[in-house]
Design a binder for this molecule. Structure first.
Ligand code: IMP
Length: 431
């Protein structure tokens, strides 16, 4: 067994990319299994910033293979632009290091149009999507109208499939007073990009994963978004359109759960959220603004300001449960330096009652009020610390409180955005 799933434990943007990059050095294979270009994974190596949306965050390691699995909605313009940009900065010289599954759903330009049209029409009820077309693309997959990546290489049948997929959509575009999308133009666009992406085509990615497991290689599954944005288990309806929890890694990649050795839950030392929806510990005050400024809490995909708040242990406890998280990575703890007192949410009050589990229905969660415990802060700059023992006592107590409450050990403590600003308390892979 040598599979590790890296999963977001909050509302996304926890720092999964940084952890996957750091673990990538020990992994033969890194697999993206859900979501699409709504994700923005930021890596900082030797001071150079790389933002990835679709390509797995292992790509900066020349010996690591990166695989985009069937559960991903593949924006082919976006992935092509990412490949070009990586090549320009000296990465991905060998095309065999990136494998794109034939079974991926192709995210079409009209999915983006539909996503934006719906959000505009929803007014104040909008979800606050990234506008990347994710919902409409997954809808096409569920309604059996999707174009798969492999379809792009069968030109004789592609046009009919696009026509079928567009039939209903053009009626929707009429409803939104938008022009119809032309089938021939769409096919021409697809054909141009499919030629450029052909070197990365992989007919059956699950075979590649299976082979890696048979050779006892380390396989890292890289989640996108966070558990509370999961379509079934998140804060519905303010969620994304894929399953973001750890179980989705097996489904979206085509790998058996028996291979999974650890589920690493990535969490910030505080909480953030982008887009609409309930957020019980949100701080609409100076401290929230301070977290945003110091933590640079702006969306890597849309540039939107992230909402910031105290650490919510009730929501994290839920994430531990629905994912089966076995270890934690505690990110951005350096951002909290300089505060006299920190607050952590350990329960909610809902309709005058104390509750200790996350309410799963929106109508309850939206009225949940956080109940906090105060904990002493620390003043020291943590960004150059390399050992757990270097951390100030109050910071160590903060980590301990989180571990004790969640009954889960932190294997990683991150003290800055750089690859080297990472404290490992143990190794995650056996070898
Ligand atoms: P969609 O995934 O673009 O449909 O957006 C649905 C919700 O998920 C919105 O609230 C987005 O802000 C949120 N979301 C989607 N992707 C991410 C992400 O990578 N990080 C944080 N939030 C995200």
């Amino acid at each position: 067994m040598s599979g590790v799933i890296v999963v977001g434990s909050q509302w996304g943007d926890e720092g999964k990319g940084k952890v996957v990059d750091a673990l990538g050095a020990q992994s033969e294979l890194v697999v993206r299994y859900q979501g699409g270009a709504n994700a923005g994974h930021t890596l900082i190596v030797d001071g150079k910033k790389t933002v990835l949306h679709l390509i797995p965050s292992g790509v900066l390691h020349p010996n690591t293979k990166c695989l985009i699995g069937p559960g991903v909605v593949l924006d082919i313009e976006s992935v092509h632009a990412e490949i070009q940009s990586l090549k320009e900065s000296g990465h991905l010289a060998d095309p065999s290091k990136l494998l794109i599954s034939d079974q991926c759903t192709v995210l079409m330009p009209y999915h983006r149009l539909l996503d934006k049209a719906r959000e505009e029409a929803a007014g104040s009820n909008k979800i606050g999507t990234t506008g990347k077309g994710i919902g409409p693309a997954y809808e096409d997959r569920a309604s059996r109208k999707a174009i798969l990546f492999g379809d792009l290489f069968f030109p004789n049948t592609l046009k009919d499939k696009v026509a079928k997929s567009l039939e209903e959509k053009n009626r929707l575009f009429s409803n939104y007073n938008l022009p119809h999308v032309d089938v021939d133009e769409t096919v021409a666009q697809l054909s141009k990009l499919s030629e450029l992406l052909k070197p990365y085509r992989c007919k059956d990615t699950s075979l590649v994963i299976d082979e890696a497991f048979r050779k006892n290689q380390n396989v890292l599954f890289e989640g996108a978004q966070g558990s509370l944005l999961d379509l079934l288990h998140g804060t519905y309806p303010f969620v994304t359109s894929s399953s973001t929890i750890a179980g989705s890694a097996c489904v979206g990649a085509g790998a058996g759960p028996g291979h999974i050795q650890q589920v690493l839950g990535i969490t910030k030392a505080y909480t953030t959220r982008v887009g609409s929806g309930p957020f019980p510990t949100e701080l609409d005050c100076e401290i929230g603004k301070r977290m945003r400024d110091i933590g640079q809490e702006y969306g890597a995909t849309t540039g939107r300001e992230r909402r910031c708040g105290w650490l919510d242990l009730v929501a994290l406890k839920y994430a531990i449960r629905v994912n089966g998280i076995t270890r934690l990575a505690l990110m951005k703890i350096d951002v909290l330096s300089g505060l006299d007192t920190l607050k952590v949410c350990t329960a909610y009050e809902v309709n005058g009652e104390r509750v200790t589990e996350l309410p799963v229905m929106h109508d309850e969660l939206k009225i949940a009020r956080p109940i906090y415990e105060d904990v002493p802060g620390w003043k020291e700059d943590l960004t150059k610390m390399t050992d757990l023992e270097d951390l100030p006592e109050t910071c160590k107590s903060y980590v301990q409180l989180i571990e004790d409450f969640l009954q889960t050990k932190a294997s990683v403590i991150s003290v800055g955005p750089g690859r080297e600003q990472t404290i490992w308390t143990e190794s995650l892979f056996d070898k």
